[in-house]
Write a protein that binds this ligand. Structure first.
Ligand code: IPM
Ligand code: MN
Length: 357
């Protein structure tokens, strides 16, 4: 199998964790006789510094010509004073839009070995396996008009969704639920927002096509509580862009660290893969970054762009195995001894190589 992968490592810990993710992909390619080609391209703060823009045109064009785009993270405190449209994050939002993927899949799995890492009791997080399907191209992130009138001391953003936008992402959620526990929880704020009323009505319509899947609706505020109280009640959680951003971060509490969470964005011209965590500039270069989110993201590349399910599973099993052996990066060490980013990556590689034989 051939795959051309654009590697947009970005800022802060992005390059460190991405290096561990590509190492894992190289091992899979070597063991299976696959040809994976990598093109490293600038994005985010480093792209602003070197090219004056968070998404250089070359990065976009080359990415569009690839089979998958693997990102690290973007964001740098150096640019905090800039308006949203000029910040490193603007590069990420632009490439999301241009690649066209609208369904952002964010799995949140509770690892038994990390049960003590969550502030939630082990009995609460036991067996939790949630898949967030976050709509990624609409809502407040992209709605127009948007402005900040500093003289008038007034700012404006727009939350807008069309039924078509809701339908296409809802279909992805129901199809994935059919392969899981056959339950979709759709999250909105339909007691206040017209957009949410449209969302709910549209999801109800889509659900008719999937009679084997159970659908429930939750308001986002009570969902935030249920997610901490009874997370194992959820299978696929479908929601709009901003609610999905917030709830998927919140679900990091279940795993014990945001550093564990991967994501894949599908449905567009080219799939986009990024760990859920940010660029964490405070720990960049210290070896404290957790590469597991990025490594699990590499597994999603194989699953969704390579159709290499067994290899994806082998990576996920390898991550579980190193955690079971007690290996911890700084974020999940709970004050005890921890290994550096590269050592964790190497441990996963060793596990993976025995599985790929
Ligand atoms: C995420 C991040 C991004 C988002 C930022 C960096 C623009 O928080 O991927 O969850 O809000 O989508
Ligand atoms: Mn986020």
């Amino acid at each position: 199998m051939k795959l051309k992968i654009a590697v947009l490592a970005g800022d802060g810990i992005g390059p460190e964790v991405t290096a561990e993710a590509t190492a894992v992909l190289r091992a899979v390619a070597a063991a299976g006789g696959h040809t994976f080609e990598y093109i490293e391209l600038p994005v985010g703060g480093t792209a602003i510094t070197n090219f004056g823009t968070p998404l250089p045109d070359k990065t976009l064009q080359e990415s569009l010509a690839c089979d998958a785009v693997l990102m690290g993270a973007v964001g740098d405190n150096k640019f905090n004073a800039l308006p949203p449209s000029e910040r490193p994050e603007a590069g990420l939002l632009k490439i999301r839009k241009e690649l066209g993927g609208f369904a952002n899949l964010r799995p949140s799995v509770a690892y038994p070995a990390l049960a003590e890492n969550s502030p939630l009791r082990a009995e609460v997080t036991k067996d939790v396996d949630i898949l967030f399907v976050r709509e990624l191209l609409g809502g407040l992130y992209f709605g127009e008009p948007r402005w900040w009138d500093k003289e008038k001391k007034l700012a404006h953003n727009t939350m807008v969704y069309s039924a078509d936008e809701v339908t296409r992402v809802a279909k992805v959620a129901f199809e994935l639920a059919q392969k899981r526990k056959k339950k979709v929880t759709s999250v909105d704020k339909a007691n206040v927002l017209e957009v949410s009323q449209l969302w709910r009505a549209t999801v109800d319509e889509v659900a008719k096509g999937y009679p084997d899947v159970k659908l429930e609706h939750q308001l986002v505020d009570s969902m935030a509580i249920h997610l901490m109280n009874i997370p194992r009640n959820f299978d696929v959680v479908l929601t709009e862009n901003l609610f999905g951003d917030i709830l998927s971060d919140e679900s990091g509490v279940i795993t014990g660290s945001l550093g564990m969470l991967p994501s894949a964005t599908i449905g567009g011209k080219v799939n986009l893969y990024e760990p859920v965590h940010g660029s964490a500039p405070d720990i960049a270069g210290t070896g404290k970054a957790n590469p597991l989110g990025a490594i699990l993201t590499a597994a999603m590349v194989l699953r969704h762009s390579g159709n290499l399910e067994a290899e994806a599973k082998a990576i996920e099993d390898s991550v579980t195995a190193v955690l079971d052996k007690g290996l911890r990066t700084a974020d999940i060490a709970r004050g005890a001894a921890f290994v550096k980013t590269g050592e964790m990556g190497k441990a996963v590689l060793d596990e993976l190589n025995t599985r790929l034989k």
